[in-house]
Ligand binder design. Sequence first.
Ligand SMILES: [Zn+2]
Length: 82
Amino acid sequence: MTGQISCICGAALVEEVTDRGVRPVGGGALIPFRRTTDYVMCERCLRTYDVRSLMARAESAEVIESLEQLADSAEQESSDSA
Ligand SMILES: [Zn+2]
């Protein structure tokens, strides 16, 4: 579970979301979750996101990435056989 999460305004929210906490943009110590209701705030537009939704986004981003890899390998296979 990894990947930078961006706010809808385009500003980076966190460098990484893991099942243990979030890593702030620019690196630094992992900020552990205290509760599942923890949230992070966008420094630019002050919009808040709850951690669960961020983790869901990180997971879906990974799913999309693996799907893209599958598509790439499928493309290679079809070009090999052609
Ligand atoms: Zn924002």
